[in-house]
Design a protein around this ligand. Structure first.
Ligand code: AHR
Length: 859
């Protein structure tokens, strides 16, 4: 796609062709190519006036089982549905086999598979798979988590329970076989016993084995009779070679972030969808054959092979401490138990025991269980969190539930800091957990959120506190946040907004003591419709992506990594000012033409008019002829009976007017004659991919809300109204457009009043600094989100002995750039030596960049 710009006014060439049809083609030829002009800035860092202390615990990770974070993610297990309990999606082909399992037969081999509930290995593994052999060689194959990853010269450990039935008395063969039928590693057990026994074999790939995930794990046997299997497992080499351990590439990415804590196990996952499927930690300890698994809250079952010991192993191997989220009697279906109830007593007791499991001495009741799980040393535990996002509980029960758990924990563990997830009155929590999921414009422009001079600190709305004035109230744990642009992993724009927002948090870490981005992981594997497999992920913006073979950090990951590797312990007050370029200073106000549309709905529009704020008529389309004055997208439109109508039944819209219009009033009459939804009314359309619209009776005619489309990606914004559209009724619609704000009326009644927070109209340049007392390093972070470079003079005020050499690390690219399986490090930081540092020095900050300068200043 080619872009031509004049003073920041972008037009999309593909759509320009369409625009010619409505008479604006000449605009194109008047446009000038943009010349990159640098803005200038001064950045003053008060090196001799260190401010706020940054707590060592400040940077952490947030985690839960979402997007196949553990099963098919961090937990290195390669077999999906290893206990045959996963349910089969209705889209999957009909078969007697459990999902992810296949029957394989060799030559004349014949067999069938049945699922057996008699004589399970343990009560936690109620189902076993029986392979009934009818002569020859046959077996079952598992296709793993979107493939079994194989590499040359690699050892894989396979374990499973098996027992022989009938005449079968032979060994079982375990093999890794590529999808083109080549066995790349194979080993056999001893003869299988008639009683359940655990078998273990090592499979080693050769030097010439391929590197691919197009492979399956096969268990096979020859002869007659039957062989039953349970808890089938295959592990590749793991991080630090730990049995039952963690995926090495993901651990390496996280180790590079230097996290101080891990908030676990959620998130929604700690709550569960129902009481029966809550995070029940006692079912997630001990050997794998004692763990029944459970239905997670993100649409798939968790094997719970990754349970409490594995969470703690993760903490241990990263040198991070757990921040333990405790189930607190509220579940996602909005059910709760009340304080004082027997259930709440049980959950409170379980929470105390969970704390002991994590931090108790090895001779305490639950500390002993942890030691039996291979983790003798107690874990440092300073923070526990009561519940998750309990502001969703509209019953008002949180205050009581919190109080009950708070009192019990405080009595037994007086030094623990206790985090609340929603406002409480009866007790004073040590911290509140604030959550933010926002657009880049919202996130970056709110980088002053917790500044001391912001007001309204006590207000809690939308999952977080507003403002930062009162330093004497409980501290803040920003326990979930993300800039949500790019999917399934964020793009560079999102990362730069993250970087600005994080500066604001760090600068205010006397109040906002801790932070962690969420979600951490996403398995990005696509759906496999032929097998009925859904795509592996549920949530759009995630820090680290992977499939079976490759793991990569998103641009947002690199921001966290750069900050985590460059932690100052004191904030240095930093002031800056930027002189914008002429082009940036004259950036146009929101602008664009008008339009109408429909989504699987028969609609008609008439009496359309556009007037300027001073009452002048800008447009009154002629609805007596044809629709040729309208630029259409997605379908044809026609004019009949004085009304404009789409001729098809799909998603379509039609635009007219001038792209340079800014503020105006659009009036029209609209009628629905059939179909699923209501009306789409467009304004500020600069082409068919970039517009705002009022979706009246959208979402199956359930609500009315504004949406903005940027490069054909739509996001909802502003309040949602319950207004819905009746069939065969004419409505008078009116939109009053002023800047980013629109007021939308139906029959003269205001239905929607919304300002678009998604346009980057706030600051685009950000700087902050900190100091490392031990090394005397000054760390300066600068974000430039604009399209022009910024030439800055940096003054390290009051700094003694500034060394000329240092380092400069830059993360930059195109704003929409993402990393991916195919291009895992397209956006990645580059570090270079800096040779001209001084008390005052110059530096040019690239467009769309985060720069981190590290210089020594002091003896
Ligand atoms: O991070 C994804 C989800 O967002 C978390 O599970 C939940 O706490 C929040 O709503």
């Amino acid at each position: 796609m080619v872009w031509i710009a004049r003073e920041g006014f972008f037009l999309n060439m593909r759509s320009m062709n369409n625009w010619r049809s409505i008479g604006y083609g000449t605009v194109l030829f008047a446009l000038l190519a943009r010349v990159a002009l640098a803005a200038t800035a001064t950045i003053d860092v008060d090196v001799d006036k260190p401010g706020v202390n940054v707590p060592p615990i400040f940077y952490g990770l947030m985690t839960e089982e979402i997007n196949h974070s553990y099963d098919g993610g961090l937990f290195a297990e390669l077999i999906q549905n290893r206990t045959f309990q996963d349910s089969k999606p209705k889209e999957a082909p009909q078969s007697d086999l459990p999902i992810h399992w296949f029957l394989v037969q060799e030559g004349s081999g014949a067999a069938k598979v049945t699922l057996d509930k008699q004589e399970p290995v343990t009560p936690a593994l109620p189902i076993s798979l029986r392979l009934e052999l009818a002569g020859g060689k046959a077996g079952v194959a598992n296709d793993g988590y979107w493939g079994i990853p194989i590499r040359p010269d690699t050892k894989y450990t396979a374990t499973f329970y098996a027992k022989a039935g009938g005449d079968f008395a032979g060994p079982v063969s375990a093999a890794i076989v590529t999808d083109d039928g080549k066995s790349v590693a194979e080993a056999s057990t001893a003869a299988i016993d008639k009683k359940w026994q655990k078998y273990s074999v090592v499979l080693t790939t050769g030097h010439d084995a391929p590197t691919t995930s197009k492979a399956k794990f096969v268990l096979s046997a020859s002869g007659r009779g039957s062989v039953s299997f349970s808890l089938v497992s295959l592990f590749p080499p793991t991080y630090q070679d730990t049995p039952n351990g963690l995926r090495a590439d993901l651990m390496k990415l996280m180790a590079d972030m230097h996290p101080a804590f891990i908030r676990l196990p959620g998130g929604n996952y700690v709550e569960g969808s129902t009481f029966a499927t809550r995070f029940n930690w006692k079912q997630m300890i001990g050997p794998a054959e004692q763990r029944p698994g459970h239905m997670g809250c993100w649409g798939y079952r968790s094997s719970d092979g990754f349970g409490m010991p594995e969470y703690l192993l993760w903490c241990k191997q990263l040198g991070a401490e757990p921040v333990l989220a405790l189930f607190a009697g509220y579940v996602l279906n909005h059910d709760h138990v009340d304080a004082g109830s027997p259930e709440m007593a049980q959950y409170t007791q379980e929470a105390l025991e969970e704390i002991e499991y994590v931090s108790g001495a090895p001779d305490s009741e639950w500390g002993k269980r942890r030691a039996q799980d291979g983790l003798a040393e107690p874990f440092k535990l300073h923070y526990v969190e009561i519940g998750n996002e309990d502001w969703f509980d509209r019953s008002g029960s949180y205050d009581g539930r919190f109080t009950q758990m708070f009192d019990a924990i405080r009595a037994k563990y007086p030094d623990l800091k206790i985090i609340a997830t929603a406002p409480v009155k009866s007790r004073t929590p040590d911290l509140y957990d604030d959550h933010y999921y926002r657009s880049a414009a919202q996130m970056s422009s709110d980088w002053t959120h917790y500044d001391p001079d912001r007001t309204g600190r006590s207000t809690f709305a939308g999952g977080h506190h507003e403002g930062g004035a009162d330093r004497n109230s409980p501290k803040i744990f920003v326990g979930e946040w993300a800039t949500r642009e790019g999917s399934p992993t964020p793009n560079l724009t999102a990362a730069l907004a993250d970087a600005a927002w994080l500066m604001g948090l760090e600068r205010n870490s006397d109040l906002a003591n801790m932070e962690c981005y969420a979600p951490l992981f996403v398995n990005v594997s696509p759906a496999e419709p032929s097998l009925g497999y859904p795509k592996a992920w549920q949530w759009g913006t995630d820090l680290i992506g992977y499939d079976a073979m490759v793991a990569y950090g998103s641009p947002s990951y690199y921001v966290q990594m750069m900050y985590g590797q460059n932690k100052g312990d004191r904030i240095l007050p930093t002031n800056f000012n930027v002189e914008k370029t002429a082009a940036a200073a004259s950036a146009p106000a929101p602008h664009g033409a008008i339009g109408v549309g429909s989504w699987h709905t028969q609609v008609e529009y008439k009496d359309i008019s556009v007037t300027s704020p001073d009452g002048q008529e800008l447009l009154k389309p002629d609805l007596t002829g044809n629709a040729s004055a309208w630029q259409t997208a997605g379908g044809d439109w026609q004019v009949s009976d004085g009304a404009l109508k789409p001729s098809g039944d799909g998603e379509t819209w039609a635009i007219t007017g001038k792209p340079e219009w800014t503020d105006y009033t659009l009036k029209l009459k609209a009628r629905k004659t059939g179909g699923a939804e209501g009306f789409l009314i467009l304004w500020h359309a600069t082409n068919s991919d970039n517009y705002r619209w009022w979706n009246v009776g959208g979402w199956g005619n359930t609500k009315t809300q504004c949406e903005v489309a940027v490069d054909n990606q739509r996001t909802q914004y502003g309040p949602s109204s319950r207004f819905t559209v009746k069939t065969d009724q004419w409505y008078d619609l009116r939109l009053e457009v002023k800047g980013d704000r629109v007021r939308c009326f139906v029959d003269d009644k205001l239905v929607t009043d919304a300002a678009d927070p998604n346009t980057l109209t706030g600051p685009t340049f950000f700087a902050s600094a900190s100091y490392v007392s031990d090394s005397h390093d000054v760390i300066l972070k600068v974000v430039n989100m604009a399209k022009d470079p910024v030439d800055a003079t940096i003054n390290l005020k009051g700094a003694a002995n500034v060394q000329s050499s240092g380092t400069v690390t830059v993360l930059t690219g195109n704003p929409k750039d993402v990393n991916s399986i195919e291009a895992p490090t397209k956006v990645a930081p580059q570090t270079q030596p800096l040779n001209d540092a001084a008390g005052s020095f110059h530096r040019s900050f690239a467009p769309y960049s985060l720069t981190l300068i590290r210089v020594r200043a002091g003896s």
